[in-house]
Design a protein around this ligand. Structure first.
Ligand SMILES: [Zn+2]
Length: 154
């Protein structure tokens, strides 16, 4: 199954989740977007996958964005020192991603295609956002495994 189908199924899972949670329309849209992107995540183990192309661009941007938000929370007032920390932290996260994806690349449909990975993914999202997003991440990620008919616990 290729990425548009995975995104579509992920979005369906997101719609169901948003409905179950009874979310207002704007929040529902975010949850659905989160679920459909998450549905691509398991194929990060594939060099030519869509999610790898997306990640190679978004990881550095998101890493910098996250570092900025984490460092300059006080009404987005950044001192020069803060900005230095932002760049260092952003580059560190990006570097970590590059190292993992280059040297610790799991085999295709290996560890990334498991319920265990879906849980780790959800916990990771929970740390950086909130429970609804974590649920959306889990729903989207699991939808990929179900669509692949490749449902292993670990
Ligand atoms: Zn897959």
């Amino acid at each position: 199954m290729n990425w548009p189908e995975h995104m579509f199924i992920g979005a369906l899972f997101g719609i169901i989740l948003a409905f179950l949670l009874g979310l207002p329309i704007l929040e529902a849209a975010l949850i659905i977007a989160m679920a459909s992107i998450s549905a691509l995540a398991p194929d990060i183990d594939h060099d030519s996958s869509k999610i790898r192309k997306i990640a190679n661009i978004t990881v550095p941007i998101a890493a910098l964005g996250f570092s900025f938000a984490a460092t300059c929370s006080e009404g987005f007032m950044c001192t020069l020192d803060d900005l230095r920390s932002v760049v260092v932290l952003g580059l560190a996260i990006t570097g970590l991603y590059m190292i993992i994806i280059t040297f610790c690349k799991p085999k295709h449909r290996g560890i990334t295609h498991t319920i265990f990975a879906a849980l780790i993914f959800a916990v990771f999202i929970y740390i950086f956002s909130d429970l609804n997003f974590a649920l959306a991440g889990f729903a989207g990620y699991s939808s990929h495994l179900i669509a692949d008919k490749h449902i292993k616990l670990i």
